[in-house]
Design a protein around this ligand. Structure first.
Ligand SMILES: NC(=O)c1ccc[n+]([C@@H]2O[C@H](COP(=O)([O-])OP(=O)(O)OC[C@H]3O[C@@H](n4cnc5c(N)ncnc54)[C@H](O)[C@@H]3O)[C@@H](O)[C@H]2O)c1
Length: 341
């Protein structure tokens, strides 16, 4: 039984809390930390967000201990793992302290706001007996798991083009509006678009260069359109924005055109993943059932139980996704392609 402290009881913290309720005896929540006294006591009536469970509630936390300070969670003797769901600018300090204390760390994406922050986390993990994984839920999301498998197995021939999209209204749920401050969240580039930067990396590896356009607001783009160049014929386009009107339903999706078929999915349509074959037939493939949040947590727990570092989502890839997103920012600012090392 892995004893977990949930560090952050906001939108994603509440979501992760729900997942632990489904994990049976594989993990036990022993502590919950939030600077907000009501939230750490289970009053979640004012938590919003753009995915499932956006309604508030009062949660009976039973014998889960409340903490105001994450430093006290790191020092707690009966905690094996921290699940960090705090604002992004806090990730490196908490993750490095927890790893130094020998505690496993599952940290929400984006890993950090800078490559240096990511490198601090990687170094702390190297010096620790504990494991680190960044919660890149898209790698575990059923439709994206299916696409990764189809591509790896070469099921429909070579991938000719990949388009990844993530569109949203400006987030309004974050505590004290920290998400709207790019010095705390990295703006849409790191908070939202990094999901797809990480997924493109997962599917195709590092590009040779990136070329991007965007709209910069408050020093950070709230819209990114990026072309990733590889030394192959695959055309890769990644789009992310949170500048839609507030009534817009959050969407994530992809179009992948292979030699023999095209796969199309857009969450907001409510329609299932569709594969259109060149011969005119269409197919609705069966996708894995578990949602991405549950699957990522379950996977990391299984890594801890087996004592093996995560491979489905490595901290190095999470770091590289940040580096590539920041290269896109450079391209937006300079109007030139930026090589990726
Ligand atoms: N995987 C996803 O799809 C996804 C979606 C949204 C957010 N996120 C990420 O999850 C993290 C949290 O985002 P969120 O949307 O849950 O934010 P949120 O504002 O809803 O929740 C953050 C919580 O942290 C608490 N907090 C802030 N500073 C604190 C401190 N110093 N000590 C203790 N508690 C503190 C706040 O009171 C709040 O309850 C971010 O890194 C964000 O990028 C991931």
């Amino acid at each position: 039984m892995i004893r977990v402290a949930l560090v952050g009881a906001g939108f994603v913290g509440r979501n992760h809390f729900n997942q632990y309720q489904l994990l049976g005896d594989r993990a036990r929540l022993v502590a919950i930390c939030d600077a907000d006294p009501a939230r750490r006591a289970g009053d979640w009536t004012n938590i919003g967000g753009n995915l499932a469970d956006a309604t508030g509630r009062v949660q009976d936390l039973g014998d889960i201990r409340p903490y105001a300070r994450w430093e006290d969670v790191v020092a707690a003797g009966d905690v094996d793992m921290l699940d960090i769901t705090l604002p992004t600018f806090l990730h490196p300090d908490i993750a490095t302290a927890a790893l130094a204390a020998g505690k496993h760390v599952l940290c929400e994406k984006p890993m950090a706001l800078t490559v240096e922050g990511c490198d601090r986390m990687l170094a702390a993990q190297k010096d620790s007996s504990a494991l680190l994984m960044v919660a890149q839920c898209v790698r575990f999301w059923p439709e994206y798991v299916w696409l990764k498998q189809a591509h790896t197995e070469n099921r429909y021939g070579k991938l000719k083009s990949l388009s990844l999209r993530r569109n949203a209204g400006t987030p309004s749920h974050s505590a004290g509006a920290w998400m709207l401050d790019p010095t705390k969240s990295g703006g849409a580039l790191l908070d939202l678009h990094v999901h797809d930067a990480d997924y493109a990396l997962y599917l195709l590896g590092k590009p040779k260069s990136v070329c991007a356009q965007g709209h910069i607001r408050n020093g950070s783009p709230d819209r990114v359109h990026a072309l990733w160049h590889y030394n192959t014929e695959t055309c890769v386009y990644v789009e992310g924005c949170w500048d839609f009107p507030s009534g817009f339903s959050f969407n994530m999706g992809f179009t992948a055109v292979f030699e023999k078929a095209a796969a199309i999915w857009d969450m907001a349509t409510g329609k299932p993943l569709c594969v259109m074959h060149n011969d005119g037939k269409t197919e609705t493939p069966k996708v894995p059932e578990a949602d991405g949040f549950f699957a990522e947590i379950e996977y990391f727990l299984s890594c801890i139980a087996a004592g093996t570092p995560p491979t489905t989502s490595t901290p190095q890839d999470s770091r590289d996704a940040i580096a590539i997103a920041l290269a896109e920012l450079e391209s937006i600012r300079t109007g030139k392609p930026v090589p990726i090392r």
